[in-house]
Design a protein around this ligand. Structure first.
Ligand code: COA
Length: 184
C-alpha cells in the first residue's frame, strides 16, 4: 500500500502542523521526544529515562516501519520540533493480521490544540483504506479520561479490562481495551 505523503495543517491556534513519516535521520530527535514525554505523563508504558534506545536501534526500527505496508508511523512537527508521534500496526500472522494496534502521544505544551484528533484521523484513514485492517485496538489506562474521550470521539468502544495492568509509582491501575470495528 502507498504511504500518504506529507501534509500541512493550520491548527486553530494558527500554528502550522506538518505531518510526515519519519526517516532514519529522525532517530535522535525521536529518542529525545520519547524521553521528554515519558517524564511529562504517567499515562504511557514508560517513564522518564526508562527507554534505553540507541540512535542505531531507533534508525533500524524506523526503516523497518517505513518498509512495512502494514504499519504507519506519523510525526507531528511544529517549527521543526517533533510535538507528536502516532503509529498503527497490523498484528503478525495470517489469522490475526486484520487486527491493528494504535498508539499516540502529544507533547504536553501542545495538548488541546487538536493535534491528537488530527493524528487519529490520519491513522483511521490509513486503516479504512488498508486492504487487511478491519479492527483497530488500543490499551489505555483506566484513569486516562482525556485519552478515553479522544478515542470515544472517534467511535472506539470499551471491550475489555485488564485488572491492575499498570503499576505506576506503586499504584495499580486497570487497562481498558478499546476497539474500533471498521465497516468494510
Ligand atoms: C491524549 C492526547 C494524545 C490528546 O492529544 P491532544 O492533542 O491534546 O488532543 P486534542 O486537542 O485533539 O483533543 C482531542 C479530544 O481529547 C479530549 N480531551 C483533550 N483534552 C482533554 C481534557 N483536558 N479533558 C477532557 N477531554 C480532553 C476531548 O474529547 C478532545 O476533543 P474536543 O477538543 O473535540 O473536545 C494527549 O493528551 C497525550 O499525549 N497525553 C499523554 C499520552 C497519552 O495519554 N497517550 C495515550 C495513551 S493510551
Amino acid at each position: 500500500m502507498e504511504k500518504r505523503e506529507l501534509k500541512e495543517i493550520t491548527l486553530k491556534s494558527g500554528e502550522t502542523l506538518i505531518l510526515r513519516e519519519p526517516d532514519a535521520e529522525d532517530a535522535e530527535a525521536i529518542i529525545e521526544y520519547l524521553n521528554i514525554i515519558g517524564g511529562e505523563t504517567d499515562n504511557l508504558l514508560f517513564g522518564r529515562g526508562e527507554l534505553n534506545l540507541t540512535v542505531e536501534q531507533e534508525a533500524e526500527y524506523i526503516k523497518k516501519v517505513r518498509n512495512d505496508p502494514n504499519r504507519l508511523m506519523i510525526l507531528g512537527i511544529i517549527n521543526g520540533q517533533i510535538v507528536a508521534i502516532a503509529q498503527i500496526s497490523c498484528l503478525h500472522g495470517r489469522r490475526v493480521w486484520h487486527n491493528s494496534e494504535l498508539a499516540i502521544s502529544v507533547r504536553k505544551a501542545f495538548w488541546r490544540k487538536g493535534i491528537g484528533s488530527t493524528l487519529m484521523q490520519e491513522l483511521i484513514f490509513f486503516a479504512k483504506n488498508h486492504k487487511l485492517i478491519r479492527n483497530i485496538s488500543l490499551g489505555v489506562r483506566a484513569s486516562n479520561h482525556t485519552a478515553i474521550s479522544l478515542y470515544e470521539k472517534f467511535g472506539f468502544v470499551k471491550t475489555g479490562v485488564h485488572k491492575n495492568y499498570f503499576c505506576i509509582n506503586g499504584e495499580y491501575d486497570d487497562e481498558y481495551i478499546m476497539d474500533l470495528y471498521l465497516e468494510k
